[in-house]
Write a protein that binds this ligand. Structure first.
Ligand SMILES: Cc1cc2nc3c(=O)[nH]c(=O)nc-3n(C[C@H](O)[C@H](O)[C@H](O)COP(=O)(O)OP(=O)(O)OC[C@H]3O[C@@H](n4cnc5c(N)ncnc54)[C@H](O)[C@@H]3O)c2cc1C
Length: 425
């Protein structure tokens, strides 16, 4: 006689429940392992003092002319020189490289405080701390640093990143621009598009292909005026800022201009996480700028005999906007609080996604709250909306960031390429 049916059922059920509990315990253990330890994101006393001093400097020197700067398509090199004198370029770079020996958080605080007064000038903090200059400082030889850093950190020249190509945008590793060795030179051929500050840059950090595959990608430094290198006629982005197409036609550069050779791609992308945090900080800071302007407006502007802030429809909008700004701020500070090395890819992707979305949504809502005054080019709020829109595409689009986040969640890579392309390789 076998075990009675009801007993079998019971023991089966028990083993199912036990299995489920074991599974849940395993999940919990994995979850606990993945949890970031509790952290607070209050600024330290030193950081608050730094923030106050940057704000005072910005109010004294950048408040006047903020609107004109926002509508000027070209790089504000006068601001770059002013910020350099104030020690706001190279904030987190080593003192031996001519930097200030500060931290990534300090650079973010600088963006926040400058943008709160003059949104356009925050681009200069980006250019002097987070952009291609950051990758350059991370990987350049001492000779390369000696050649370019003094002028870059004094704001006398700026550097532009040549990464994107007509057929290689999100799929960056499909880039074709080649660098072929010829004795003690490299011969560069190809085209780059959309480079920030490209119409004004004196030196370009260009992603090139030394050989096949991802491993074949590295980068070189090309100076404006090098024979075979042409900077095209500037075209405007939606923000009003201009970019120029770059053409390399048998452009010969000395071997000393190689920044990262074969195998350099992964290092470059790791360095690029810093650029992403600069992009995130500006998005968030411009969202905050628009929020503050809309808040003031809602306190003062009266319709139907009442200030706008008394209408519940707008109060709820403000509450949603504040929620987006505050959550994005926490993610940004979490990603930026690396004590050494570069920020982690997952933290950076979450921060950029949240900041890009918050910056754009809040600026867009601010326009709506302010009506015609928000849509007018005199308020800077519409500028914040146009500007933050671009950062949802630049430096890793929101979709590409979500792909990266999903890879972290599932702890595996998801190849985005079609089966046909994979088969051809
Ligand atoms: C303001 C601004 C500044 C920029 N500055 C620079 C710069 O300094 N240097 C430089 O080299 N480039 C720069 N770029 C270019 C930028 O890096 C590219 O625009 C970006 O990588 C997207 O490439 P793409 O425009 O070719 O769009 P595509 O790659 O063609 O993508 C089009 C759309 O498809 C989506 N998509 C693509 N693949 C996937 C996928 N696998 N899953 C889900 N969605 C996908 C994208 O997210 C996007 O929405 C800048 C762009 C902007 C807007």
């Amino acid at each position: 006689m076998g075990t009675p049916y009801y007993k079998r059922l019971c023991s089966d059920n028990l083993s199912v429940v036990a299995r489920q509990i074991r599974f849940l315990e395993k999940l919990l253990r994995q979850f606990q392992k993945r949890q970031t330890p509790y952290m607070t994101y209050e600024l330290t006393e030193e950081q608050r003092a730094f923030a106050d001093s940057v704000r005072r400097f910005a109010e004294a020197h950048l408040a006047a002319g903020a609107i004109e700067r926002a509508h000027n398509p070209r790089f504000p090199s006068d601001v770059a020189q002013l910020l350099a004198k104030q020690g706001l370029l190279g904030i987190a770079f080593d003192e031996k490289d001519g930097g200030q020996g500060g931290t990534l958080m300090d650079s973010i605080i600088a963006i926040e405080q400058i943008a709160a007064v003059c949104p356009r000038s925050a681009d200069v903090v980006q250019a002097g701390n987070f952009g291609p200059i950051r990758t350059f400082v991370e990987y350049a030889s001492s000779e390369q640093k000696r050649r370019f850093l003094p002028d870059l950190l004094a704001g006398r020249i700026c550097i532009s990143l040549g990464m994107t190509e007509p057929d290689a945008g999100s799929a960056l590793t499909e880039l074709k621009t080649s660098a072929r060795q010829d004795g003690d030179h490299y011969v560069v051929n190809g085209t780059k598009i959309f480079g920030t500050h490209s119409p004004d840059a004196s030196v370009f950090l260009v992603y090139v292909r030394f050989g096949p595959g991802v491993n074949g990608i590295g980068s070189v430094l090309v100076e404006r005026g090098t024979p075979g290198f042409t900077v095209g006629t500037p075209s405007p982005f939606m923000s009003g800022e201009e970019w120029s197409q770059l053409y390399f036609e048998d452009c010969r550069i000395p071997a000393e201009n190689v920044l990262l050779g074969i195998g350099g791609f992964k290092k470059q992308i790791a360095g690029f996480n810093v650029e992403r945090l600069g992009n995130s900080s500006r998005s968030l800071a411009l969202g905050r700028f628009a929020f503050e302007v809309a808040r003031e407006h809602a306190l003062i502007r009266k319709q139907f005999g009442r200030p706008l802030c008394e209408f519940q429809g707008l109060q709820w909008k403000f509450a949603d906007m504040a929620l987006k700004l505050e959550t994005a701020q926490l993610l940004l500070y979490r990603a930026a609080r690396v004590t050494d090395g570069l920020p982690a890819a997952f933290d950076t992707a979450l921060a950029k996604l949240a900041c890009n979305q918050a910056g754009f949504d809040v600026s867009n809502d601010a326009i709506q709250i302010m009506g015609g005054a928000g849509y007018s080019q005199e308020s800077l709020v519409e500028y914040c909306m146009r500007r933050t829109r671009g950062w949802m595409i630049a430096g890793g689009s929101t979709e590409i960031l979500k792909n990266r986040i999903a890879e972290h969640i599932f702890e595996r890579r998801f190849d985005q390429r079609g089966a046909q392309i994979r088969a051809a390789e």
